[in-house]
Write a new protein. Structure first.
Length: 80
């Protein structure tokens, strides 16, 4: 994720109990990703939350991609 996008995602224990949010606002990365996954068009999301910017949504996608990239999967050994 670029620094420009990275700086759009913040976490502060005083805001939504430290969940990752967009630019310190009370809209979480999770909310945005769940809405998009449920089929809410980006344009509708931007209209519903006029303070959101297209780069905020890109930052949410990049944040999720970084988390998945850092994930480690270990095979389950059977019959050991």
């Amino acid at each position: 994720m670029t620094d420009e996008l990275r700086n759009r995602i913040t976490a502060d224990p005083a805001v939504l109990v430290g969940k990752p949010v967009i630019r310190g606002m009370r809209i979480s990365v999770q909310q945005v990703l769940e809405a998009l996954a449920a089929g809410v068009p980006e344009a509708e999301l931007l209209a519903e939350y006029p303070f959101l910017e297209p780069d905020d949504i890109r930052a949410c996608h990049a944040y999720a991609a970084d988390l998945v990239a850092a994930e480690r999967v270990y095979p389950v050994r059977r019959g050991a």
